[in-house]
Design a protein around this ligand. Sequence first.
Ligand SMILES: [Zn+2]
Ligand SMILES: [Zn+2]
Length: 234
Amino acid sequence: MFKNNMNIKLQHIKVCNAKHKNREGVGKNMKCKKILAIGFSILLFSITVLTTSLPVQAACSHGNAVYSHHILSGGVGNYGSFRRYFYLVNLNDLYSGYARTAVTEWVNTTSGVGVTTSISIRETTTQSSSVFDLYNYNNSHTSVLGYTEFYTYSTSRDPSTQNWGWSRIYLNGSVLAKTTAAQRRATIAHEFGHAMGLIHRNSAPTSIMCQLASGRTATRASASDCGNINHLYN
Ligand SMILES: [Zn+2]
Ligand SMILES: [Zn+2]
């Protein structure tokens, strides 16, 4: 069994005590590394908090809220001509439902917000096929709602400077429990936004990429969020 015990510590050092089974599939050949210093920027770019804000992230040269045109290698589905997959590693039934709804809303933006994107993501029961792995964890000694890590094979990637092959989305059940059901779904949608290459838009509460701590009202991607996806993948 794939097993992992990833912990983010306050010092932003990631300690892996995991026994990783080698996983097949593009970008996901896992090898255990004892201690991996996580790039500070990766954490800043991907973290979502409940009560405090983080530094403003820079938009691309065109003003779009994306990681400098770096992308999920292979894209997000190319209008259904192929699919990308997500895998629920250890979510309970409640959060599994939130995740499925969040993905469905990212897929069905034409009817939802009037903008078509190339996103075609479905669930898989084969983890090695997934490029979005979702984990629950519980830490009440933080305001972090969730965060996303970026990888190519087993190597951490900095999305502001590199493309990535897959991602891990971590959801903090302890803090999410303090929010509404709609905002739990929204947080998952927000992390998927990061995993596809979107950065924060804390001055735009109607964007799913606004952090909850900055007053997010969105519960799904807005038309302009979809436009930012199209900026990256069209
Ligand atoms: Zn975020
Ligand atoms: Zn641009």
